[in-house]
Write a protein that binds this ligand. Structure first.
Ligand SMILES: *[C@@H]1O[C@H](CO)[C@@H](O)[C@H](O)[C@H]1NC(C)=O
Ligand SMILES: *[C@@H]1O[C@H](CO)[C@@H](O)[C@H](O)[C@H]1NC(C)=O
Ligand SMILES: *[C@@H]1O[C@H](CO)[C@@H](O)[C@H](O)[C@H]1NC(C)=O
Ligand SMILES: *[C@@H]1O[C@H](CO)[C@@H](O)[C@H](O)[C@H]1NC(C)=O
Ligand SMILES: *[C@@H]1O[C@H](CO)[C@@H](O)[C@H](O)[C@H]1NC(C)=O
Ligand SMILES: *[C@@H]1O[C@H](CO)[C@@H](O)[C@H](O)[C@H]1NC(C)=O
Length: 425
């Protein structure tokens, strides 16, 4: 406890004593893990996409707070101020979330977890205090993570985690929250980002990394390939099963173009995440971002661009910043003239169509907009380009392209899907 965590000392002491008392119980609990899965085929998990009508400006505020936290986190594990932008104001409800049901413990408790490529700890208990989780084996450590839009602190436990039928990970490290904030409506996070992001999240052994579910499943020989396939879909009704995570492989029926891979970027801070290098043009090759490094992120709703690139896009489209939502708004005439954005990644161009650039119109009211309005999902990252985090390709992008995080080969894959050219928005 030498670190000055953004935590209250009395709470830490309390958790330490709980952790210590657990430790004595833990000694004679279980022997070492053995794999419970025989066959190795990629395993699919269905995702649910939820929409929470949160009102004004929350979409942008939360995304920008997340971007700010990404930059802060890259400077060190404990650099995210607990008064980061999203705290202490009304921006606590996520507007769009992709969640997955994961079974923890044996007998299992089912938890609804946010899937997050931008963080790497898996934890539960945001919705119900579940500290004593009897079938999990406590370690003596405490785990704490700050996000741009929330935080949690809890006990580290080793639990049997079933991601889906056929993929059970024995003794996966799981945080069991004692306190969390900013996670209404979900039980926690399934963190599937790079394992380095777990450095500094354990309070006592702060140098130690916590294996992600992907890493631990791979280590135990449970995965065919050391990759995760991610499929989101741009359906515009509320709350339905929409999307899929595939551990250990890709699902060929989720995309119909060629799956192209690009190396992960070496430019920091994007390199701490699922980072890539990317160029963006508008229409007939008009420059938006000549080159840049940023990240693919399942936890960001919009597509955020460095301020200078955003300003160019704003000029090309003629859009006005809308005061109610914080998003760019265009007229029907401007929509008719809206050109595609081309994202060039690993030498391959991915077209974000006119329709893909607008916020789903049926969800206008849900984010505080005019039901008749046309809003753009491209917005301002809040920093000029050249910082090493020049863009975040969030859900709005990932709903149009299949994504693969190839952990083993440090690369990211993208492919067009039947939704790339869809006009559902
Ligand atoms: C692949 O996608 C299809 C169609 O959505 C689904 O039925 C199947 O379960 C998925 N399989 C895997 C292994 O991901
Ligand atoms: C969708 O889910 C959100 C959050 O869980 C909930 O607040 C909302 O009422 C749901 N909407 C519908 C139409 O079920
Ligand atoms: C929905 O958003 C509101 C307002 O920000 C928040 O108070 C509420 O907890 C959120 N609900 C869910 C399920 O996220
Ligand atoms: C946008 O257009 C305005 C007015 O035409 C101009 O002053 C400004 O420099 C342009 N900004 C960018 C980033 O192109
Ligand atoms: C936008 O909101 C701000 C602060 O609420 C206000 O000062 C400004 O006049 C508004 N601008 C427009 C164009 O309505
Ligand atoms: C993928 O499917 C969409 C919708 O069915 C179609 O428009 C598109 O041409 C297909 N792409 C390829 C490469 O087959």
């Amino acid at each position: 406890m030498v670190r000055t965590h953004t935590l209250h000392a009395p709470l830490l002491l309390l958790l330490c004593s709980v952790a210590a008392s657990h430790q004595s119980l833990a000694l004679n609990v279980r022997s070492y893990p053995s794999s419970t899965t025989d066959s190795k085929t990629p395993v699919a998990l269905s995702l649910a996409r939820n929409v929470n009508a949160t009102g004004s400006r929350n979409v942008l505020k939360l995304d920008q707070a997340r971007a700010q936290a990404f930059r802060a986190r890259a400077r060190g594990p404990n650099q995210i101020p607990s008064n980061a932008a999203a705290f202490n104001d009304e921006a606590t409800g996520r507007v769009v979330t992709y969640t997955v049901n994961v079974a923890v413990g044996n007998p299992p408790t089912s938890y609804n977890l946010l899937i997050d490529t931008g963080s790497s700890n898996t934890w539960v208990g945001a919705a119900s205090l579940d500290l004593f989780h009897p079938s999990c084996q406590p370690t003596k450590d405490i785990v704490a993570v700050s996000y741009g839009s929330g935080s949690f602190i809890g006990l580290e436990k080793l639990c049997e985690v079933t991601l889906a039928e056929g993929l059970t990970i024995p003794e996966q490290s799981v945080g069991v929250a004692a306190i969390s904030k900013g996670f209404n409506g979900v039980d926690g996070i399934l963190g599937i980002g790079p394992v380095d992001l777990t450095q500094g999240t354990l309070v006592l052994e702060s140098e130690k990394e916590v294996p992600t579910v992907t890493d631990y499943a791979q280590k135990l020989g449970l995965l065919t390939e050391y990759i995760v396939g991610i499929s989101f879909e741009p359906l515009n009704q509320d709350n339905e099963t929409n999307g899929e995570l595939t551990f250990g492989g890709v699902n060929h029926s989720k995309y119909n173009g060629t799956l192209n891979y690009a190396p992960l970027t070496k430019v920091s801070p994007a390199s701490k995440y699922v980072g890539i290098d990317q160029k963006i043009t508008y229409g007939e090759g008009q420059p938006v971002m000549p080159s840049g490094s940023g990240i693919l992120d399942t936890g960001t709703t919009l597509i955020l661009l460095a301020t200078d690139a955003f300003d160019k896009y704003k000029n090309y489209t003629g859009a006005q910043l809308d005061n109610d939502t914080g998003l760019l708004r265009i007229t029907p005439e401007q929509y008719a003239n809206l050109k595609s954005l081309q994202f060039t990644i690993g030498g391959v161009s991915y077209e974000l169509t006119q329709n893909a650039q607008i916020w789903p119109r049926t969800l206008n009211a849900a984010m505080g907009g005019d039901p008749e309005g046309i809003y753009l999902i491209v917005n301002d990252l809040g920093q000029i380009s050249g910082s090493g985090l020049d863009f975040i390709d969030g859900m709005g992008f990932l709903e149009r392209f299949y994504m693969v995080y190839d952990v083993g080969n440090s690369r990211a894959g993208l492919a067009t899907t039947p939704f790339t050219y869809a006009t559902t928005n």
